[in-house]
Write a protein that binds this ligand. Structure first.
Ligand code: HEM
Ligand SMILES: [Ca+2]
Ligand SMILES: [Ca+2]
Length: 300
């Protein structure tokens, strides 16, 4: 079972080492902290927080990273940096799944978000579940009700789901995920001035998917996990349809308004929901393994 400080005996410095690495990486590449947060969502939502996301395509394994839903994910190579630091101190002891969880927790702190007390003891999967990704991770233009039902299926309520989408207070969106709101006509739920700005960022209706054209989610505080996301939604400056629609669905709009007015309330709800997400269906003792390299299952 998951417990606080699971590695107290087996690797007493484990959590400290993850934190040190997250800080070091943040100081070199600030956006690694953003990646750790998105990794938690994409790993924990698919089956379990089991590092299934981190496996590469090889030997019959089809990586979840190859799904369209994983578009834009970055910095996977720096997970290995964290793992290597742990292997040096305690070989084969700390799971990649716990690295996903703890790095997200520490990344959130670097981004000015809440401190979250997380339990550990997750095991790593022996599979990556590529076909499951589209069944569990919503698409950027799904309806609010379909998004809510996916989160509800892993025990996260409406308030928690609205808070989790506040992760889009940091990071970026590539033009391929935006242009349908700009061309041929501008989505009427998008602020016209913001639409002009986005058209300058994304000048053509069919961007090359390999091109790096993108816009930042939150122009005011792009690197801070704050409630400015909700203020942007109220100003019709949400980038994805799933973002903007939170203001028009009567089941979510009251929470958007409350979170826009109160950053402390947003942080409390965000912390609560991240905890639920991070404890979705963990693998226990005999169901998984501790990978030596987060990219590959252990060889025999
Ligand atoms: C309805 C649910 C969600 C959908 C459809 C969704 C979709 C997306 C899309 C399309 C992008 C932009 C990818 C790109 O173009 O590069 C993105 C970025 C991001 N998402 Fe979500 N997301 C959802 C929920 C979440 C949740 C729950 C979290 C974390 C708790 C999260 C964290 C992030 C982060 C941090 C980024 C920025 C990544 C970066 O800049 O590298 N998202 N999301
Ligand atoms: Ca997983
Ligand atoms: Ca922000």
């Amino acid at each position: 079972d998951l417990q606080l400080n699971y590695y107290a005996q087996s690797c007493p410095n484990a959590e400290q080492i993850v934190k040190q690495q997250v800080i070091k990486l943040y100081n070199k590449h600030g956006n690694t902290a953003i990646s750790w947060l998105r990794n938690l969502f994409h790993d924990c939502m698919v089956k379990s927080c089991d590092a299934s996301l981190l496996l590469r395509t090889i030997n019959g394994i089809e990586s979840e990273q190859e799904s369209d839903r994983s578009f834009g994910m970055r910095n996977f190579k720096y997970v290995n940096t964290i793992k290597e630091a742990l292997e040096k101190e305690c070989p084969m002891t700390v799971s990649c799944a716990d690295i996903v969880a703890l790095s997200a927790r520490d990344g959130v702190v670097m981004l000015g978000g809440p401190r979250i007390e997380m339990r550990t003891g997750r095991k790593d999967s022996k599979q990556s579940y590529l076909p499951e990704v589209e069944k569990t991770i919503p698409n950027h233009n799904d309806s609010t009700q379909s998004v809510l039902s996916r989160f509800r299926s892993i025990g996260i309520d409406t308030e928690g789901t609205v808070a989790l989408l506040g992760a889009h207070s940091v990071g970026r969106v590539h033009c391929v995920n935006l242009v349908h709101r700009l061309y041929p006509t501008v989505d009427p739920t998008l602020d016209p001035d913001h639409a002009e700005y986005l058209k300058r960022r994304c000048p053509t209706p069919d961007p090359d998917p390999k091109a790096v054209l993108y816009s930042r989610n939150d122009l005011q505080t792009p690197m801070i996990l704050d409630n400015n996301y909700y203020n942007n939604l109220l100003k019709h400056k949400g980038l994805l349809l799933v973002d903007q629609q939170l203001t028009s669905d009567p089941s979510t709009s009251p929470f958007v308004e409350k979170m826009a007015a109160d950053n402390g309330y947003f942080h409390d709800q965000f912390a609560r929901a991240i905890l639920l997400l991070s404890e979705n269906n963990p693998l226990t003792e005999d169901q998984g393994e501790i990978r030596k390299d987060c990219r590959y299952v252990n060889g025999d």
